[in-house]
Unconditional design. Structure first.
Lengths: 285, 157
């Protein structure tokens, strides 16, 4: 299995990469970790004529902190996030989500920007990015813009990013005091992708739920925030009964639940509820 | 499409060749460098038989382009033994019967070398977790876990 022929260019700056995208239009593809793109090209499901490899652009790598926000370069690998001291200290949910992805080799190469751009409906990052109210920064021919996580995912493998844009950074607000998070998933046993994955961020004061954000992936063609669960539990005590009742709302309003050989629609709906309940219980404990 | 000249260092030896951009790194390692220890199992980035260490990172080399490895240092199974003495991980696989057909073994050993570098004294569960990217159709994994435990002990003593 070998990809179709293409020209390969590895620019050293974002501006150069943008110029290449402009010059080559839809026939060009960006290459990050390659762990979604190269398998797709080997299957000839994608046959770009020009590959623009982002890996030599240092400015797209690394994690830093600036005024209450973690700034993650799009080319930061899952492994770097899994082992980042800054992520562990400021937003452990990021490190926990990274550690849940695929296997060691996949985490060594795959990047957060590539995963978000690819928008696999069973990818892990979307759940955490939604729960954390992150913003995705992208540059295009018309300059830079910022896209809220909640506006980012549009459909299966489809995001708000244009083909001529490059994701540069993910901005994740550092949660305030008394706030904890967790990510739980049931992996499809062969690929590791989520049959259902739930990221929870909650603020707990004397066992009362002051705030709750629940991001769900793997269940619908578009990852989503379980708004029904969030509003149900806000203001209530984190008792097992309250949590269980709220988790029942994990697929409320979701009408495009996925179904495939790995899991039926009914099973996925049930998983969403069970993993929502477990994730809230675990974060609130 | 235009070919490009790339330079890599595999197990300390320089390899320079003109490659098509679409050549996968595993094909460079096996067909250009002639190092056939790294295997091709699935060619779909699932099985890990093609695992090598690229600039310190265990990578499934069927999911990476050779041209991306321009300037990289690569370690494959052929580079582990020194002066004919098996590396402790290889010795572990030998002593603990960590292989049957041996097809998965080179990738398994390279992934284990990454595991032990990052965590010299792993628990059984950490070993299983660390080798998740490598499939074995023969052993049932228990002897592989034993082999890595053997190596961990030997490398610490
Ligand atoms: C065996 C295996 C198991 C996996 N298991 C999981 C799993 O359990 N959970 C999970 O979430 N993922 C999993 N993945 C996917 C993995 O995380 C991928 O690495 C990730 O989805 C894509 O990131 P990448 O950096 O490899 O992107 P690439 O494959 O390089 O690119 C993917 C797409 O994004 C575009 N792109 C990349 N970077 C940018 C950018 N900065 N701006 C705009 N567009 C960009 C590319 O053009 C391409 O269309 C698995 C992959 C494999 C091979
Ligand atoms: S041959 Fe590369 S992962 Fe199977
Ligand atoms: S020993 Fe045969 S596949 Fe592992």
């Amino acid at each position: 299995m070998i990809p179709g022929s293409f020209e390969y260019i590895a620019p050293s700056s974002v501006d150069e990469a943008l110029a290449l995208l402009k010059e080559n239009g839809e026939s060009a593809k960006l290459l990050a970790g390659g762990h979604s793109l190269i398998p797709t090209m080997k299957l000839r499901l994608a046959e770009p004529e020009v590959i623009v490899d982002l890996n030599r652009i240092g400015a797209l790598k690394g994690i830093s902190e600036s005024s209450g926000t973690l700034i993650i370069g799009a080319l930061t690998t899952h492994y770097e996030l899994e082992t980042s001291d800054l992520a562990h200290r400021k937003i452990p949910l990021l490190a926990q989500t990274a550690a849940a992805i695929g296997d060691v080799q996949v985490r060594n190469k795959g990047t957060i920007g590539g995963s978000l751009a690819h928008a696999d409906p069973a990818a892990d990052w979307p759940a955490a990015i939604l729960a954390l109210d992150a913003e995705i920064k992208a540059v295009g021919q018309g300059g830079e813009r910022s896209i809220k996580a909640s506006d980012f995912f549009e459909d299966l493998y489809t995001t708000a990013i244009d083909p001529e844009e490059i994701i540069t950074e993910i901005h994740v607000p550092i949660p305030g005091a008394n706030t904890k998070g967790t990510y739980l998933k049931l992996p499809q046993i062969a690929s590791g992708f989520a049959l259902a994955g739930v990221a929870v961020i909650l603020t707990q004061v004397e066992n009362i739920c002051q705030n709750l954000a629940v991001g769900v992936t793997g269940v619908s063609s578009v990852p989503y925030r379980a708004a029904g669960v969030e509003s149900d539990l806000r203001g209530k005590a984190f008792s097992s009964d309250n949590i269980a009742a709220a988790a029942e709302k994990a697929v409320d309003g979701i009408d495009d639940v996925l179904e495939d050989i790995h899991a039926s629609e009914a099973y996925r709906k049930n998983l969403a509820k069970v993993y929502t309940r477990r994730a809230i219980e675990s974060a609130a404990s | 499409m235009s070919k490009k000249v790339i330079n890599t260092k595999i197990n300390g030896t320089n390899y320079t060749a003109e490659v098509e951009p679409r050549m996968l790194l595993i094909h460079f390692i096996r067909d250009v460098a002639g190092l056939t220890g790294s295997h091709i199992g699935c060619e779909t980035s699932i099985c890990g038989a093609c695992t090598a260490i690229v600039d310190g990172m265990a990578v499934k080399t069927c999911a990476m382009l050779a041209i991306q490895a321009d300037g990289a240092e690569i370690n494959t199974i052929e580079g582990l033994a020194e002066n004919g003495d098996l590396h402790p991980i290889q010795e572990g696989f030998w002593e603990c019967h960590g292989l049957q057909c041996g097809f998965c073994t080179p990738g398994m050993i390279m992934a284990a070398s990454q595991l032990l570098e990052r965590n010299p004294n792993p628990t059984e569960s950490e070993i299983r977790h660390g080798l998740e990217g490598n499939l074995c159709r023969c052993t049932g994994y228990q002897h592989i876990v034993n082999a890595v435990q053997y190596a961990a002990q030997k490398m610490q003593s």
